[in-house]
Ligand binder design. Sequence first.
Ligand code: NOJ
Ligand code: CA
Length: 550
Amino acid sequence: MITDLWYKHGLIYNFSLSGFLDANGDGIGDLEGAHRRLDYLQGLGVTAIWLAPFQPSPMRDHGYDISDYYGIDPCYGSLGDFVEFSRACKQRGLRLIMDLVVNHCSDQNAWFQKAIADPGSKYFDYFIWADERPEDDEEGVIFPGVQETTWTYNETVGKYYFHRFYEFQPDLNMANPEVQREMLKIVGFWLELGVSGFRIDAVPFLIAEEGINLKDPQPAYGLLRDIRALAQWRKGDAVLLAEANIPAEKALQYFGDDGERLHMILNFPVNQALFYALASADTVPLRKALEASQCIPGSAQWANFLRNHDELDIGRLPEDQREAVFAAFGPDDNMQIYGRGIRRRLSPMLGGDRRRVELANSVMMTLPGTPVIRYGDEIGMGDDLSLPEREPVRTPMQWSDGPNGGFSPSKDPVRPPIDSGPYSFEIVNVARQRAAEDSLLNWMERIIRSRKEMPEIGEGEFCVLETPAHILALRFDWKDHLSVFVHNFEDRCCEIALDIGVAPECTRLRGVLSDTSFDVGEDGRYPIVLEPYGYHWLRAGGLEQIPQSR
Ligand code: NOJ
Ligand code: CA
């Protein structure tokens, strides 16, 4: 069978225009700047870009408060610049995925403004209203400590409107067929301008039928089916990547029957269990999380990540595990947020220990699914905890040791670059790491190349192999590929006898990243030696040795 599921073989790189590269010198990163860095991304091995929201916005939530779905915020450039950018991505074989933020809009959006100016207009029903303050108005608050309620009184209308997130982000009434039509129009519009898919924001809230039944909202999965049907009809290879922090059991509903609803879901349960494993060297919960996410339809795919633009959300871990992660990676109050998360970048959380940074990235790249890299993690960027809320992990990209880390010539950049301490742009930057052969950046480039040569990770069947708790060993099988990935979460050397299961033709496991190999012993097991925080990517000998494209 011919398979052409590009998202199963790709590597996604996420950034927001504002912090990437400022080409016109006004202090804000822009489309022209990102355009200039496409060759860098292609060289790194990226195959798809997930671009954070860039539509007109008052920017009170990093652009996730959209005031016009059909435009580009002038600070980033024009629609013309966008088409140039999407075209330039296409020319390099880079797919472009954009955020689809339609659970809510900005209160400055013309729809909301028209709704409050004239409650008799059709726009009134674009939102969700209540005459009295609902009793449960403090429940379901997403940003505790910052957001007080989910219902806010609007003076002009004399009613309360519903908002899952901040009060300046009124929820759109998805139960209204007109709103659904608008949403599909937005999807169609951007596909026409060259995007290859959408990272759909806040999916569980988007599909909760608040407008119909606030007390017992039923998921409206039909909405996901409609988006997929339209997107694929308009553009056959378009993908939907969901932000849905849901337990794995629910995921099957989100994916639907094969080819029906979402293509990809960001795997939050695996992300949280992975951070627990990094904190405690206990990989058992991670194995369980992986096994729970095993049986998904053929075209469905998990997206794996380490960090993103939000807090590291560990709210779904059992309390003792959550406490262990807080103690290891976010012990100070200032590092924690919303009672469930850590507002730090990967490298500082791992104490800047190169061995642990490699371990974390190596695991992420070899988990079943598609890897998603957060900009700056390829060079081990740090965070700025003096900034409010989730801003510490959104500091400008560090390109060089020049002014503002090469991000902008402006005296007043949109966010201050990190200019002191071990993560300052003078020390951690792309230019410096390009020149140093053993840098993290060059290691990332090499590992990404190998990842792309191993289609079995993205597309194959996997199983968790039996090992001591501090070791994670996964086996993948796909067509004539068999590979095994072993990671040691402890700070000590160890030797294990690995049983990879039935593999009759295989007698040797060869290293993919290094010139190592392990021969099968008489007991049918492979004696494998691991350095502290060490890892091996191994391919079965006797089978295909030379990387083979799909
Ligand atoms: C999820 C996004 O990742 C987050 O940054 C944003 O604040 C909320 N959705 C609201 O749009
Ligand atoms: Ca600019």
